[in-house]
Design a protein around this ligand. Structure first.
Ligand code: TXA
Ligand code: MG
Length: 343
C-alpha cells in the first residue's frame, strides 16, 4: 500500500507514485484512486499486463476496459479521428467523470482492452494522484473498477484490499473517492451520442453543451442488445436480496413489518431525513436527499456494510431519476436485480 492521502504539492512527484509507475512499466497491475471509484490499472498496450487485470478481478474477458489518459495528446494516440462532438465534450468535461467511446486507432491498445471492438473507451480522471500516476508511467492505463467481479466498486483503499489483496502489485491510498459511482459512458462513435451508462456527468449537463443525447435501450440499463458490453453481466448483488421501494416511508415500513412477522431479519437503506422513521433490524442511512451527491458518495460503502450484517433481505428507498439520481437508481436497480415494489 502506497499512502498518499495528503497531497500538499500537486507539482511534486511523490516517491510512492514513482514506485507504482515502475510496477506498471514492468507490466504489473496497480490500483489507484480516481474521482469516481478506485481503478485497477495496467499498461493498455501490453496484452500480458491487461490479462492480469482480468485474472485479478475474475472478470469475463469479452468485457472491454476504459483507457485512462492524462492529456489530449494521449487520447488522440489511442483514438482517431475524434468526432467534433467529442472534442467539444473533452474541452468542457475533462478531466472529469465522462468516458467517451471513440473510433480506435489501429494497434494503439491491446485487443484485450477493446474486446475486439472497433471503438475504444477513453477518459481523463479528475484526480491528482491518477493523473500523476499516468504521467509518471508515461502509459495510457486500462483500468476497470478495482473490485472482484460481482462486488460493489471500491470507494476506499480498504475496499480494494478486501477484494484484491495478494492479487495485485499494490494500491495507492488516496483516501475515499469523491463521486462514488462510476463515470458516465457516452458512445460518440455514431450519429447521435448515446449514454451507455449514467454517471457523474448527467444527461442534463451533456444536453446543455451538445443538444440531443440519446439513452441506451432500457434507460441506460442492461436490457436489449447491450452496447456497453459490461451492462449484460450480473452486477453486484448484496448477499441478502434487495428490493427498491418506490413509495413513502410508511409503505416501506409496512413491508418491513410483514417480513419481520415471517421471522425475517430486515435491513433498510434510507437517508438522513428518513432514518428515524423505520423500525427494522439494521437501518443504514446513505447520505441526504437534499444533496444526491452525498448518496452517490456513500452508496457502495453502504451496500458493502449490509454484507457485514445478518439481514435476510434489504428494502431500499428509491431516488428521483433526474440528474445524479439516474446514476444512483441505475446502480441500485442492478444491485436489486431489477426488483421494484411500488406503493
Ligand atoms: O469511473 C469509472 O469509469 C471507473 C474508474 C476506475 O475510472 N472505471 C470503470 O470501468 O467503471 P469498468 O471497466 O468497470 O466499466 C467500463 C464500462 C463497461 O460498462 C464497459 O462495457 C464499457 O465501459 N466499455 C468499455 N469499452 C467500451 C467500448 N469500446 N464500447 C462500449 N462500451 C465500452
Ligand atoms: Mg466495474
Amino acid at each position: 500500500v502506497w499512502i498518499v492521502d495528503n497531497i500538499v504539492d500537486k507539482q511534486q512527484v511523490y516517491p510512492q507514485i514513482r514506485e507504482a509507475a515502475e510496477w506498471l512499466r514492468a507490466g504489473e497491475v496497480v490500483a489507484f484512486p480516481t474521482e469516481t471509484v478506485y481503478g485497477l490499472g495496467a499498461d493498455a498496450a501490453n496484452t500480458a499486463a491487461v490479462e492480469k487485470i482480468f485474472e485479478a478481478k475474475g472478470r469475463p474477458s469479452d468485457n472491454p476496459l476504459i483507457v485512462h489518459v492524462a492529456s489530449r495528446a494521449q487520447a488522440e494516440a489511442v483514438a482517431t479521428p475524434l468526432p467534433p462532438v467529442a472534442e467539444t465534450l473533452m474541452e468542457r468535461f475533462w478531466p472529469g467523470p465522462l468516458t467517451l467511446v471513440l473510433p480506435k486507432r489501429a494497434g494503439a491498445v491491446s485487443e484485450r482492452v477493446t474486446a475486439g471492438l472497433p471503438t475504444v473507451a477513453v477518459r481523463m480522471p479528475d484526480h491528482p494522484l491518477a493523473l500523476a500516476l499516468i504521467e509518471a508511467s508515461g502509459l495510457a492505463l486500462a483500468a476497470p473498477s478495482a473490485n472482484r467481479s460481482g462486488r460493489p466498486s471500491p470507494t476506499t483503499a480498504a475496499h480494494v484490499l478486501a477484494d484484491l489483496n495478494g492479487r495485485i502489485a499494490g494500491v495507492i491510498d488516496g483516501g475515499p473517492t469523491g463521486i462514488g459511482v462510476e463515470s458516465t459512458v457516452l458512445d460518440c462513435s455514431g450519429d447521435v451520442p448515446v449514454i451507455l451508462r449514467p454517471g457523474g456527468v448527467t444527461k442534463e449537463m451533456l444536453s446543455e453543451v451538445i443538444g440531443h443525447v440519446a439513452e441506451a435501450a432500457g434507460g441506460g440499463d442492461e436490457q436489449a442488445a447491450p452496447k456497453a458490453p459490461g451492462m449484460k453481466y450480473t452486477h453486484y448483488a448484496p448477499k441478502a436480496p434487495l428490493w427498491i421501494v418506490a413509495g413513502p416511508p410508511a409503505f416501506l415500513q409496512q413491508l418491513v413489518d410483514e417480513s419481520r412477522a415471517e421471522g425475517k431479519t430486515v435491513g433498510v437503506l434510507t437517508t438522513e431525513e428518513n432514518k428515524d422513521r423505520y423500525a427494522a433490524d439494521v437501518v443504514l442511512p446513505c447520505g441526504t436527499r437534499r444533496e444526491l451527491t452525498t448518496v452517490a458518495h456513500r452508496l457502495y460503502d453502504t451496500l458493502r456494510r449490509f454484507d457485514e450484517t445478518n439481514v435476510d433481505l434489504i428494502y431500499s428507498e428509491a431516488f428521483p431519476e433526474e440528474g445524479l439520481g439516474a446514476a444512483i437508481m441505475n446502480r441500485l436497480r442492478k444491485a436489486a436485480g431489477g426488483r421494484v415494489i411500488s406503493g
